[in-house]
Ligand binder design. Structure first.
Ligand code: ADP
Ligand code: MG
Length: 381
């Protein structure tokens, strides 16, 4: 891999790179739509990474190429970068360079070549993988001394303010902070993280990722509206964020809210509580106990938060009917991927059952991947 991407870089950019970095995609085990409520999540990194080959330039140019792009190299002047000036995929890496400069970091140009194995638009955070690879590479090349959560903030700021996508912090924190063999207990308010050992194989378990290969257009507008609804609910309750509402206080609080905000608040508060329970189960060495929490989380996203869709619902139902211990959509919703926790010996039957259910419903067959808790962003060459 390393030798090949270095050769590709030399062919594209005409000289040798200074190094190679990799940043993973992620699945979120539990804790969905909680990050922008200052809440908790439990993501883990995928083995699939965005690999970035890089070399600094002294002339202030940023030259961007992706093996998954249209074959062209995009050339930008770092000093001219501003929100709205770059379109297409280049706005993610360019946004990271812009965001570093906005933070007063002394960074200049570079030649970059990207080659990513993270499926794009599947809810597995290919965008964060790409941003975080650039952030970590720039941190090393320019000796910035930024800590990992700061790199994640820079990457999130790039996606929000430069690429124009209003995402929370979970995807970027997962990509930079995850560790092999563990899930990441994330506090989105403080950016404190704790590695929670997640030994699937040792417990005879596997975690399947069923990519429905659909992405419904609703996603952008709906995300902003949900976020605004959560912020309004917190204001009405006199709280800094919905994270500050405990599960025990929920019944009283719901009575003080307009009807349309009740299901949103119920999802966020119960979802934060599910993250706490999931962490307890993992700490107790009971990963199979995650199953019912996953399925309950999906029901909450479907019935209260309204972000599932027929394809993800069918994947969850057919996986559970075929013996999965639990399943849920992962990522923002309106399509994307479903995770299913299965006993190792039942994995094939679950994948086949979901595929058969999709065929019967007239949907395209899902792509099946396996999630193994993997390392966060790092230099690999
Ligand atoms: P997700 O992050 O869930 O995969 P997004 O819509 O947030 O979905 O990000 C997908 C976008 O990220 C793509 O449309 C593309 O612009 C960019 N992207 C991701 N991976 C690559 C890549 N390997 N090459 C070029 N662009 C990429
Ligand atoms: Mg994304």
């Amino acid at each position: 891999m390393n030798a090949r991407v270095r050769r590709d870089f030399e062919r594209i950019h005409g000289h040798a790179p200074e190094g190679v970095w990799a940043a993973p995609g992620r699945v979120n085990l539990i804790g969905e739509h909680t990050d922008y409520n200052d809440g908790f999540a439990l993501p883990m990194a995928l083995p699939q990474t965005a690999v970035l080959v890089a070399r600094r330039r002294a002339d202030g140019l940023l030259r961007l190429h992706s093996a998954q792009g249209d074959g062209r190299t995009t050339t930008l002047r770092v000093a001219d970068l501003a929100p709205g000036t770059v379109s297409g995929w280049a706005r993610y890496p360019a946004g990271v360079v812009w965001a570093l400069r906005e933070r007063g970091m002394p960074v200049g140009g570079a030649d970059l070549h990207l080659d990513s194995a993270v499926p794009t638009g599947a809810g597995l955070s290919s965008s964060a993988a790409l941003e975080c690879a650039v952030a970590v590479a720039y941190g090393d090349l320019y000796g910035l001394g930024l800590r990992r959560p700061e790199l994640a903030r820079v990457a999130q700021y790039a996606e929000n303010a430069f690429a124009g996508v209003p995402c929370g912090i979970m995807d970027q924190m997962a990509s930079v902070c995850c560790a092999e063999g563990s899930a990441l207990h994330l506090d989105s308010r403080t950016l404190e993280v704790r590695q929670v050992p997640f030994d699937l194989a040792g417990h005879g378990l596997r975690l399947l990722v069923l990519d429905t290969r659909v992405a419904h257009d609703l996603a952008d507008g709906a995300y902003a509206a949900l976020r605004a609804g959560c912020e309004r609910a917190a204001r009405l309750l006199g709280l800094p964020a919905l994270r500050d509402l405990a599960e025990a206080e929920l019944p009283g609080a719901l009575g003080r809210l307009p009807a349309e905000l009740v299901p949103l608040v119920r999802h966020v508060v119960t979802e934060n509580a599910r993250v706490g329970r999931a962490v307890e189960q993992l700490a107790a060495g009971q990963p199979s106990a995650l199953g019912p929490l996953l399925t309950a989380g999906h029901a909450s996203l479907r019935d209260d938060y309204g972000v599932s869709c027929p394809e993800t619902d069918l994947a969850v139902e057919s996986a559970v009917a075929a013996g999965a211990l639990g399943a849920r959509m992962t990522g923002g919703g309106f399509g994307g991927s479903v995770i299913a926790l299965v006993r190792a010996e039942g994995a094939g039957a679950v994948a086949e059952a979901v595929t058969a259910a999709f065929t019967a419903a007239g949907y395209r067959a899902p792509a099946v991947l396996e999630a193994v808790p993997s390392a966060g962003a790092r230099r690999i060459g």
